[in-house]
Design a protein around this ligand. Structure first.
Ligand SMILES: [Zn+2]
Length: 336
């Protein structure tokens, strides 16, 4: 879209093993590093570390790709401490476990962004996870750490099934599972509810937002109906909740909705106009996509003709209000 200039791009060094070992077991880090191009992953490694599977494949450049998620999140948090709102779309690997790959996540980069804030005494930290799937790995790493409050809005009944019941989880986690067909109105209602009831109490010094694009309408691995416009509005609100803000990516399995979603999110965060007409180059890129997960007759016109989706207000269902009440009453609260 011609939005990005060299000034907007931050580069960083790939983190060394010692950095990765802050949250990840040395044996796991070493095994991942050695799982080089084409080498057969042993049955023992697959069982112990969870990689070399369909879910967590080993591919050329894997180790650098995985540790770039971590380096990017650390660099983003440092930039945020310097006053920027930093967006790291390749981050958001929120399922990563200390000694195990999970759900396409090899390391847990949001944890490193949170830790960078904690190291700088920018606490308390709020973690907001808008990916369609529960942020189980981040939750496990900061469970009961009073300096961190975790909010996850995700689709009920989806993998990893770790917070299918509202309010489930450790004391510092506010888990709000939502039913299929989650709408723009429901997302904004929950953002208001979290702002009034959580942000006002916690008064975070820093926020990390996992903006998984799999909550957008059209994603083949979820059944949420959120338009990218509402989602941008939600993230733009969240980054105002604290003086220091990092936004990372997350899941996303429809190339059209992912590319438009993250491009537009970057535009909104950087003060560009996400409603500007597609450039010829952007139109060519969108027309050139294909996906095994999206049938040709499911491709919607707006996926090829604009960055922004049409709004999908949709109303607010009782089940969503109920989930919020159950999740929020754990800590506080009063809801309109
Ligand atoms: Zn996801």
């Amino acid at each position: 879209m011609g939005w990005l200039t060299a000034r907007d791009v931050l580069t960083f060094d790939l983190p060394e093993r010692a950095t990765l070992e802050r949250f990840h077991a040395p044996g796991y880090v070493a095994a991942l590093e050695q799982a080089v191009d084409g080498r057969q992953v042993t049955a023992a490694e697959r069982a112990e570390f969870g990689f070399g599977t369909m879910e967590n494949p080993v591919f050329p450049g894997l180790f650098d790709r995985a540790r770039a998620t971590v380096g990017g999140s650390i660099a983003a948090a440092n930039a945020a401490l310097g006053g920027a709102v930093a967006f790291h779309p390749a981050g958001g690997t929120h399922h990563g476990r200390p000694g195990r790959a999970s759900g396409f996540c090899y390391f847990n980069d949001p944890a490193f962004a949170i830790a960078t804030f904690l190291d700088a005494e920018a606490a308390p930290v709020l973690y907001l996870d808008l990916d369609a799937h529960h942020g189980d790995g981040v939750e496990a790493l900061f469970a009961d750490d009073a300096r961190v409050t975790l909010i996850s809005i995700h689709e009920q009944g989806r993998w990893p099934h770790t917070a299918d019941r509202p309010g489930e989880g450790p004391a510092n986690a506010i888990n709000i599972p939502v039913p299929r067909g989650f709408t723009d109105d429901e997302l904004m209602w929950l953002i208001d509810a979290c702002e009034e009831n959580v942000v006002a109490r916690v008064k975070p010094s820093a926020i990390v937002v996992t903006a998984g694009a799999d909550c957008l309408r059209g994603d083949p691995l979820s059944a949420m109906e959120v338009s990218n416009r509402a989602w941008w509005r939600a993230v733009a609100r969240a980054v105002e909740w604290a003086p220091h803000a990092v936004v990372v990516g997350g899941g996303g399995y429809n190339p059209w909705t992912v590319a438009r979603g993250w491009a537009g999110l970057w535009a909104v965060l950087a003060g560009r106009d996400a409603n500007s007409p597609l450039t010829p180059r952007a139109a060519r890129i969108l027309a050139g996509f294909s996906s095994d997960l999206v049938d040709e007759d499911e491709i919607e016109g707006e996926w090829l003709s604009a960055i922004a989706d049409a709004p999908r207000p949709g109303g607010i269902r009782e089940a969503v209000k109920q989930a919020a009440h159950l999740a929020l009453r754990k800590r506080i609260f009063r809801l309109a």
